[in-house]
Design a protein around this ligand. Structure first.
Ligand code: GDP
Length: 294
């Protein structure tokens, strides 16, 4: 094949700017998931969009989504820098009308040599479009951006334009992935990853050790997916942290993970999540194999 394009694109930005919403809007049902074994880099593949002659591999750079300051996050930010060194493009998501110190911190982690495209999201919240122009001008003065594209992820507006800007800057390369990799096993893997991400996001600072997620049941009944998952912790003392007062933390983990699954799988999900204590799980070969580490 000649003249096809493919590349890894990191989506970065401070919390709440709409990164997940934008990713979902971009890859939508065309999402394909690859197994952990295919990954040798520091970033996680979030989704792959194959459209026309281009394959966009969107990756996550863990660390941007957490609060700043803690030693754990500082360590993670070093990981972020390295992860960003392995991508072809960076898509920085900011919120229309707001670009401040928090955004600059993220922007500064991007290596100078890497093309940086800014998606100015949530433009639907700006009633008077004239207000947007001075903001875009200020943004242009902030840094060396390859392109600045106003979008609305929730309304799906200007997304084709954004993809066009990304496409132009993707290297010419053969596609690293097939365009139809969505399988049941991959969905299982993704389901576990979503739960792990929520655990990390909601209580990562309190659970500094690895948390494993095991999918115990994954049944597809028509359009409905019935999923049962165990969060495996190492010590009994970690269980109450996960469950939270009156089960609140667990409820949030399950509810947010379910929403992500529904968006990605394109149908309803019935999700049960529980906590299991298994001392020394990381040494348990069976657990590791079921998680795809074999
Ligand atoms: P993330 O933390 O950067 O991944 O942000 P999320 O994708 O979780 O979005 C944060 C909030 O912003 C959610 O309530 C979204 O519904 C909302 N949001 C995302 N994109 C848009 C948009 O284009 N317009 C509006 N009005 N809200 C948006």
């Amino acid at each position: 094949m000649s003249s096809v394009r493919a590349g890894r694109i990191a989506i970065v930005g401070r919390p709440n700017v709409g990164k997940s919403t934008l990713l979902n809007a971009l890859v939508g049902e065309k999402l394909s998931i690859v197994s952990r074994r295919a990954q040798t880099t520091r970033s996680n593949i979030l989704g792959i969009l194959t459209q026309d002659d281009a394959q966009y591999v969107f990756v996550d750079t863990p660390g941007f989504q957490t609060k700043h300051g803690s030693p754990l996050n500082q360590r993670m930010n070093r990981g972020v820098r390295q992860a960003l060194g392995e991508v072809d493009l960076v898509l920085l998501v900011v919120e229309a009308g707001r670009y401040d110190q928090q955004d600059r911190v993220v922007r500064q982690l991007v290596p100078a040599a890497c093309p940086l495209i800014v998606a100015v999201n949530k433009i639907d919240q700006i009633a008077d479009k004239n207000e947007l122009l001075p903001f875009l001008a200020r943004l242009a003065g902030e840094g060396d951006f390859s392109a600045i594209v106003p979008v609305s992820a929730t309304r799906r507006s200007q997304l084709d334009f954004l993809l066009g800007e990304l496409r132009q800057r993707l290297p010419e390369a053969e596609w690293p992935y097939a365009d139809d990799e969505l399988t049941d096993r991959s969905e299982r893997f993704l389901a576990a990853e979503y739960i792990r991400e929520k655990v990390f996001r909601l209580i990562g600072d309190e659970l500094p050790y690895a948390v494993a997620v095991e999918i115990e049941r994954f049944v597809v009944e028509g359009g409905l997916r019935r999923i049962a998952a165990a969060i495996i912790v190492d010590r009994p003392g970690q269980k109450p942290i996960l469950i939270g007062r009156a089960g609140q933390t667990m409820k949030r983990i399950a509810s947010e993970a379910r929403q992500d699954m529904q968006a990605m799988f394109g149908g309803p999900v019935f999700l049960e999540v529980f906590v299991k204590v298994r001392s020394g799980w990381a040494a348990d070969e069976q657990v590791l194999a079921s998680l795809g580490y074999e």
